[in-house]
Design a protein. Structure first.
Length: 131
């Protein structure tokens, strides 16, 4: 039996804590999946959130590995970027529940489809209605 398809989201702050940079976020996750209100008077827009499945898939790609290595620049002196990335790929974020490959693929496709629909709504595109 398949588990619930509720997709957890990570905030920009959680991504930065996970080792991402703002440049990596812009490159691999250009469109946030939502936003979360922030209790701070300077931040009217809130904090961007990203689907955990999309983050997990991005981290597994070779393009991400190359960009991550290039952006490392000694962020953490106690370990090498190769060790850090290997550990990052082994351990998903605590918000990412255990799933098999088929479930991850399904959730990824659902998240991508939802993103396309949201973008179409923002552009005020509508589907034709039958009379």
């Amino acid at each position: 039996m398949m588990k619930s398809l509720e997709t957890p989201f990570l905030t920009t702050t959680e991504l930065l804590e996970r080792g991402w940079t703002k440049t990596l976020i812009k490159r691999f996750l250009p469109n946030p999946d939502g936003s979360m209100p922030v209790k701070h008077w300077k931040n009217y827009r809130g904090q961007d959130t990203y689907a955990a499945v999309k983050i997990w898939n991005a981290e597994q790609s070779q393009d991400f590995e190359a960009a991550f290595m290039k952006s490392w620049k000694g962020r953490m002196k106690e370990c090498s970027p190769e060790e850090f990335l290997a550990e990052l790929r082994k351990q998903p974020h605590p918000k990412i529940p255990e799933r098999d490959k088929a479930e991850v693929l399904l959730e990824t496709r659902l998240a991508e489809a939802a993103g396309h629909l949201q973008e179409a709504r923002m552009r005020e595109l509508r589907t034709p209605h039958k009379a």
